[in-house]
Design a protein around this ligand. Structure first.
Ligand SMILES: NC(=O)c1ccc[n+]([C@@H]2O[C@H](COP(=O)([O-])OP(=O)(O)OC[C@H]3O[C@@H](n4cnc5c(N)ncnc54)[C@H](O)[C@@H]3O)[C@@H](O)[C@H]2O)c1
Length: 401
């Protein structure tokens, strides 16, 4: 089949890599630099090796493009564009709208249009379908479906093949064709009764994580105040074989999903007049963690950070990925600067961020470990400053959460 995948980021490129094993895939991205790199056989995301892209290109079944007309013959179109928040922290569907415009204006034949971008219930039915129709030059009876993406960048045990995938079409025919497509590279497909259920399930999965992360972060503060180890307490609770799931405290949440998706759910809840109190409180608790960490570091260092050299170690939002979107490290750095500290950052995976290169490890009086990548030498990090505060719970013999 001829597949067009709109957006060649974490989600779109991952799908492209799998789908191009069998299908003819056009990866459309409006960033020409991304397209040039991909066509040179270079992957820009963790989880997809450059060798996979190079061999897909060599097989003749994959090509990246920034020329939207190249999607015109597609039989299936997968939407994988960002769904961030606006400055007012409301759902921002402008990327989806622009993808719908590209689809509407360019497809020549009826196709199956599947949304993989995360959004609120009703997006496929009330937003994507009307927009594609609005931009289409002539009426084409496209089919519409949703199959929310569950990729966890950097993870190797769960991938496109073995991660169960939810899906639902707007019509029975759309459901059947969606199943046919994904069953070519995914082992476990679960149909739900409507696109709204699939869309809501995706949001709830990430809200579950967001709320539990906030709960454990709040508990970290309580445990410290009680003078007990949060990690030992969590390990003890985790010996219960049922009814408990362990989450670890951290500097907060980051990436494109956990800090964003729950707000999409809160948005539709508010539209229905239902308060989403857990989501709002969880957001607050997670966003307050950097301040709490800086307050702990300040207290341990004579009550002031003014003029002190502080290095933040690990600035991506989670280990082993270079993704710095919504990273809590950014707020930690802002808080430190507000306290008058001289701040540097070190991250061998991110390398370049906010216009600066990663500093060498060490050379500061204080180090705060926000993210610990596997490539980092733990003992080097532990010895990188006279005072080290670890937010990850992975270092021993230093201060921390
Ligand atoms: N990253 C994840 O782990 C993950 C997991 C599950 C779901 N999601 C969801 O998947 C969607 C995509 O996320 P991502 O992480 O892949 O984003 P990303 O930023 O990594 O990639 C998006 C790509 O889309 C391109 N793009 C933007 N607008 C475009 C347009 N109109 N036409 C063509 N290309 C366009 C961008 O240049 C970029 O390369 C989001 O809704 C996200 O919430 C992400």
């Amino acid at each position: 089949m001829k597949i067009a995948i709109i957006g060649q980021g974490y989600v779109g490129l991952t799908i492209s890599a799998f789908a191009s094993k069998l299908h003819e895939v056009i990866g459309f991205d409006n960033n020409p630099a991304t397209v040039a790199n991909l066509n040179a056989g270079k992957s820009h995301i963790e989880g997809v090796d450059s060798s996979q892209i190079a061999s897909a290109i060599a097989s003749g079944r994959y090509r990246a493009t920034s020329n939207v007309a190249d999607i015109s013959e597609a039989e299936i179109v997968v939407i994988a564009v960002p769904t961030p928040l606006t400055k007012e922290r409301k759902p921002d569907l402008t990327f989806i709208e622009s993808a719908c415009k590209s689809i509407g204006e360019n497809l020549k034949n009826p196709a199956l249009i599947i949304n993989e971008s995360t959004s609120f219930p009703g997006t496929v039915r009330n937003y994507i379908k009307p927009l594609v129709e609005k931009y289409s030059k002539k009426p084409l009876n496209h089919l519409y479906a949703i199959s929310p993406e569950r990729v966890d960048p950097g993870r190797v045990d769960w991938d496109q093949k073995n991660t169960p995938r939810l899906y639902a079409g707007l019509t029975p025919e759309a459901s059947v064709k969606t199943r046919e497509f994904y069953s070519t590279f995914c082992d476990n497909l679960i149909e739900v009764s409507s696109p709204e259920v699939a869309e809501a399930a995706k949001l709830f999965e990430n809200t579950f994580r967001q709320v539990n992360i906030a709960l454990v972060n709040e508990f970290a503060e309580i445990a410290h105040a009680l003078g007990i180890s949060v990690h030992e307490t969590l390990d003890a609770a985790n010996t219960k074989p049922y009814g408990f799931m362990k989450f670890n405290p951290s500097a907060g949440v980051g990436g494109h999903c956990i800090p964003v998706d729950p707000t999409y759910l809160a948005f539709v809840a508010a539209q229905q007049g239902v308060p989403a109190t857990f989501i709002e409180r969880a957001n607050e608790v997670n966003l307050e963690m950097p301040k709490y960490i800086v307050s702990r570091v300040t207290a341990d260092n004579g009550g002031s950070l003014k003029g002190k050299k502080v290095q933040v170690i690990g600035v991506s939002y989670k280990p082993n990925v270079a993704d710095t979107r919504e990273t809590p490290a950014e707020i930690v750095i802002e808080e430190l600067k507000a306290m008058g500290a001289e701040v540097t950052w070190h991250d061998p995976v991110v390398k370049y961020w906010q216009g600066c290169n990663s500093s060498d490890l060490g050379g500061s009086e204080i180090a705060i470990v926000v993210t610990l990548h596997d490539v980092m030498d733990k003992s080097g990090v532990t010895k990188s400053a006279p005072y080290v505060f670890d937010t990850t719970g992975k270092l021993s013999g230093v201060k921390g959460l």
